[in-house]
Write a protein that binds this ligand. Structure first.
Ligand SMILES: [Zn+2]
Ligand SMILES: [Zn+2]
Ligand SMILES: [Zn+2]
Length: 150
């Protein structure tokens, strides 16, 4: 087999193509699965990926619902795909709380953290003067708007 011939039988266009490439060929039949794996993020490839993600999520959810003994019950992943069982939902909430606790401990360890003095800091559970001030200011402005005073 002659290499030139073999190469010529491949689809036209560069093998590595990306949506921002000057050789980008939107009609290349390889957009989709192959394109996404090659780093292409054109509409077709992104759509393929999001369809695939959705299918994965739906498949996992179906597996979980059909099998109460699935070891993934009670994990944050189970809650994320939408498993309605209690252990999964609890795990999801706990993992959110864990993130919150983690951020709070970072805030406590670092008094110069940019979140201090913001509503975000207060919402993460920080009660330093700056964060309390931010919350008080927010409340004041909120109620002022509510009453309609200038
Ligand atoms: Zn593509
Ligand atoms: Zn579950
Ligand atoms: Zn703070």
């Amino acid at each position: 087999m002659n290499w030139n011939k073999r190469y010529a039988s491949r689809p036209k266009g560069p093998i590595l193509y990306k949506h921002d490439d000057e050789n980008f060929n939107p009609d290349d039949p390889r957009h989709g699965d192959y394109g996404y794996r090659m780093g292409c993020r054109c509409g077709v490839c992104k759509q393929f990926k999001s369809d695939e993600d959705k299918q994965h999520r739906e498949k996992k959810l179906k597996e979980l619902i059909n099998n109460p003994d699935d070891p993934r019950h009670g994990t944050p992943g189970g809650g994320k795909v939408g498993c309605p069982c209690e252990p999964c939902q609890t795990a999801k909430i706990n993992s959110r709380l864990n993130t919150q606790t983690k951020i709070l401990s970072i805030l406590k360890a670092d008094p110069d953290h940019p979140l201090h003095g913001t509503l975000g800091g207060y919402n993460h559970g920080c009660r330093c003067d700056g964060c309390k001030d931010a919350m008080n200011t927010y409340k004041r402005e909120y109620y002022r708007d509510l009453i309609g005073e200038a």
